[in-house]
Design a protein around this ligand. Structure first.
Ligand code: AMP
Length: 467
């Protein structure tokens, strides 16, 4: 079975004084959030007592390249893009990896209504919940957590005779990282929920037309919705016809040592987003400054690994006084390399993705800054590229501590594949081919993200053994 992790969601509810262009807002929202997932996209809208949905594999612009948006006229919409993890290699090899069924939104009909659900995160008890629902005769079409969540909500909405109460009961049963948005035919409700630890971001914005919720605030900005606030951990917010009608923290905390996934600031989120009171740009620049304080280097220039290392490299340059120079060009049309299932595929894609700027780096001693090392695949190739282009020395500086452990809520690469789990610092440095290697400390990272209003989840760096 494939396990899916979905990374971005957008929902909008427009007042009935205004036009039926919710799907267009959702489209723009998904485009702004495309960096969080590139494998599939979908938008569902309310249409009277029905829900109409268009979804497929591919990028947002590919899935909605034709007339699809024109068929989605409504004042309420939800959308999602998919990024999947834990794909079983044999599924790819046998070419049975048809993921269309797992692309969100998931549509579910129940006795008194219909819902479309989108979610971001990873629910760790989805398998058990699915097995329980199947004992009631509920059938499943795909393998995604989202389908389990949607059917769980539908089941409890029937029992509770209310979709909001159904969402409350269902969300209380879910264990893991989830932010979700449910579109319901019951009074045109748009229901947003964030898990009780707040692992995945979810924020709310408004303008004169209505309310929008999004995984990151950049999707509100680009859509003309003013940022209102982050949705609190364990909170349910309901909007009807463009107005908030209910907002309350109702879910009980279940997971120890939990909080916002630190990888949001380190890698996942866009620098122009604000998550739980902390600007992602500021967090990344602070990480770079503290990295420079903790790990100085005798060098001529600072270079970033684009794009996720750019802001930390700015911070490193500011703190060290070394000039920041472009040392690598990233091909913008190549997506994430780490999600490919085989090591050969991952290596090949990194080679296509980056090229060294020979004219800028030849003969120079370089501080090369990146956000993290997980398997070490990218870094080994990149350092090799820089040396081949004539770099005299490459001093690698990483703006997160060594990633050592798999995390079921975030960085889910198997612990045995993670380079810092297998090797000591000097061994990693040798394996990668760098002249020196330095990571920011965990205390340094916490200091850099000190303005975050929620606790941070750092279990990929320190195994506290607790779930
Ligand atoms: P790697 O080549 O495995 O060291 O990974 C390259 C980059 O991809 C890392 O620096 C991370 O920013 C990102 N990355 C790798 N694995 C994951 C994961 N499981 N979740 C999120 N980001 C990841």
């Amino acid at each position: 079975m494939l396990s899916r992790e979905e990374y971005l969601i957008f929902g909008v509810s427009i007042n009935n004084k205004y036009g039926e262009d919710a799907a267009e807002f959702a489209y723009a929202g998904l485009l702004a959030l495309q960096h969080r997932g590139q494998e599939g996209a979908g938008i569902a809208v309310l249409s009277g007592n029905s829900i109409v949905c268009h979804k497929n594999q591919g990028l947002v612009s590919e899935v909605f390249s034709g007339e699809a948006l024109k068929c989605l006229k409504s004042r309420s919409a939800v959308g999602n893009c998919m990024y999947s993890t834990h794909i079983n290699n044999t599924d790819i090899v046998n070419n049975v990896n048809d993921i269309t069924e797992d692309v969100q939104p998931v549509f579910t009909e129940y006795l008194t209504g219909r819902i479309a659900t989108v979610h971001s995160g990873n629910v760790i008890n989805a398998k058990e919940l699915k097995a329980e629902l199947m004992t009631y005769g509920i059938a499943f079409m795909g393998t995604s957590d989202s389908e389990v969540i949607s059917k769980l909500i539908a089941y409890h909405s029937t029992k509770e005779k209310s979709v909001v109460n159904g969402v409350k009961v269902a969300a209380e049963l879910l264990k893991g990282a989830f932010s979700l948005v449910v579109l319901s035919t019951e009074n045109n409700k748009l229901i947003a929920v964030r898990d009780s630890s707040g692992f995945r971001p979810l924020c709310m914005g408004k303008n004169e037309r209505g309310i929008a919720v999004a995984s990151e605030s950049c999707a509100l900005d680009t859509n003309g919705f003013g940022f209102v606030r982050d949705i609190k951990p364990g909170e349910i917010v309901v909007a009807e016809d463009g107005k908030i009608t209910y907002e309350e923290v109702v879910l009980t905390p279940k997971i120890k040592n939990a909080g916002v996934c630190i990888f949001e600031y380190v890698y996942l989120a866009r620098p122009d987003s604000f998550i739980d009171s902390l600007g992602v740009y500021d967090a990344k620049v602070n990480l770079g400054k503290i990295l420079a304080e903790e790990n100085p280097a005798e060098a001529d220039i600072v270079c970033a690994v684009p794009e996720s290392g750019i802001e930390a490299a700015i911070g490193y340059s500011q703190e060290s006084g070394l000039p920041l120079i472009t040392g690598l060009i990233r091909n913008r049309y190549v997506g994430r390399s780490f999600i490919y299932p085989t090591q050969t595929q991952r290596e090949n894609i990194v080679k296509v993705k980056f090229n060294a700027m020979k004219s800028n780096i030849a003969g120079k001693r370089i501080v090369l800054v990146d956000d993290s090392i997980v398997r070490g695949t990218s870094m080994k190739i990149i350092v090799g590229m820089m040396k081949n282009a004539g770099a005299k020395e490459v001093h690698l500086r990483i703006s997160s501590p060594p990633v050592k452990y798999t995390c079921h809520f975030g960085v889910d690469t198997k612990s045995e594949d993670v380079i810092a789990n297998k090797m000591k610092l000097d061994e990693i440095c040798k394996e990668i081919g760098a002249d020196s290697l330095g990571y920011i400390s965990l205390d340094g990272l916490k200091k850099a993200c000190g303005k975050c209003s929620l606790p941070l989840c750092v279990r990929c760096f320190e195994n506290n053994g607790e779930m």
